[in-house]
Design a protein around this ligand. Sequence first.
Ligand code: SAH
Ligand code: SF4
Ligand code: F3S
Length: 507
Amino acid sequence: MVSPLPTATDTTNANTADTHNRQLFIETVGCQMNVLDSELVVGALRRQGYELTDDMKSADTILFNTCSVRERAEHKIYSLLGRLKYAKRQRPGLVIGVMGCMAQKDQDIIFRRAPHVDLIAGTGQLAEIPNLIAEARQTRRRQRALSLGRRDGKRVEVADSFESYDPTREPQMRPTPHQAFVRIMIGCDKFCTYCVVPMTRGPEQSRPPTLIAAEVDILAEQGVKEVTLLGQTVNSYKHTEEGRLYRLSDLLHKIHDTPGIERIKFVTNYPRDMGSDLLEAIRDLPKCMHYLHVPLQSGCDDVLKLMKRGYTVAQYREMMDRINEIVPGCSVSSDFIVGHPGETEASFDKSIATIQEFRFKNSFIFKYSPRPGTKAFDRLADDVPEADKKRRNNELLAIQNAVSEEDNAEFIGKSVKVFVEGESKAESGKRKAEDANASPSSQDARPAIQLSGRTRCDRIVVFEGNPRLAGSSTEIAIEDCTTTTLIGSIVTHDVQHGCDVGLPILT
Ligand code: SAH
Ligand code: SF4
Ligand code: F3S
């Protein structure tokens, strides 16, 4: 959510920033990695006395944590930056920074297109941000901290220039107080032809298991109950420590018994690296969710080859068979790109067929976006017209929605165990507006509200309950569903006299 930006005629708070009020506004786009990076940078700045604000107009420091994966994500940032040009003229003390994937990839382009930007910091240079802000404020000179480009040195030199930034954590920026991301890898070496991530995040590097385990310990002490391990290809995790090779399965075993942690999940998986050892770990470790995000990208072998994904549909099917055999009931979700160069109607039909065959829990569907710096951009013509991309996107989404709704309907009449995340998102917007007008006493006496949580196989469940249930597990009887959500109510177990067996009563 972006709050209104100051415009050329807007003189409210015109001089606030010049007094350096240490109010920080941060806008984060992109994937979970970026959400985590923002948490870490905000944590570092808070230790220097900064406070977070969601009002851009009153901030003296504005950071954009950016994404380059599709052109639209970049446009959004350039348009926000464009609107700040006039604010900067009125408030010269304002410090504007661009961090993240666009910063690493586009460096000079950003300063050229938005000369009022004060600093840029790449994905591997987040620790520098507090200093860059201080320098920019003091010297009024442009600051930059960037890692090497993929072709700027030997692999080890480039890798060393990307720093994994994982200092003490900042609870305020988490998805909820009970959930946290933990980075286990940085970078990517897969080089799918369409993708900028290997350029923006640098070479693939796995973090030491001892460091990861220590971070999970700290998070658990802070009250976190669910950790999501992050990596671009998280199941490619590999690290040798004291002569022992740790794969993701070994890491799961290592952190599984952390007291306080109730759930562990990990994203995003790469189909070719889905070893049976990992599936067996999920089967054997009760805190692991039975959910895997493993993007297929296309259902057509010719397109997969052009994408350089490194597998065929038959190999993906073999992986799905193993998942179903080792972890029955495990849900799987996917990403698809429609309109990739070379995708004919016949190849698109094959993507439809795979959704029907593999019955993904859900799929994220993207229209192909040519990205400068990628192999696809250099070598493959963007030959699918925009109108076809749009139609295929809608069609594939409709097919996926039908599958999701059918599978969700199977839950109606059953009870599921749900980890309660908090107030349901749809409700929380409404509630904030109501609370703004409510007296403090009426807020204390809150009745049951719409809560949302997830099953072990990552299905979203909404139900009425006390907000205090957030962070606990509860049993929900499912009564209805939509394409994305199961809807139900809390099951209470009423113990009758002379009977020590709880009878499930639906409320
Ligand atoms: N590391 C993850 C995801 C990376 S980006 C993985 O390998 O699956 C997230 C998703 O964005 C990808 O899965 C892909 O579906 C999509 N994507 C990446 N580059 C794209 C591009 N140039 N155009 C459209 N979608 C793209
Ligand atoms: Fe991009 Fe492919 Fe790496 Fe995923 S695996 S981040 S799609 S290059
Ligand atoms: Fe975007 Fe960078 Fe993530 S390009 S998807 S923010 S790794």
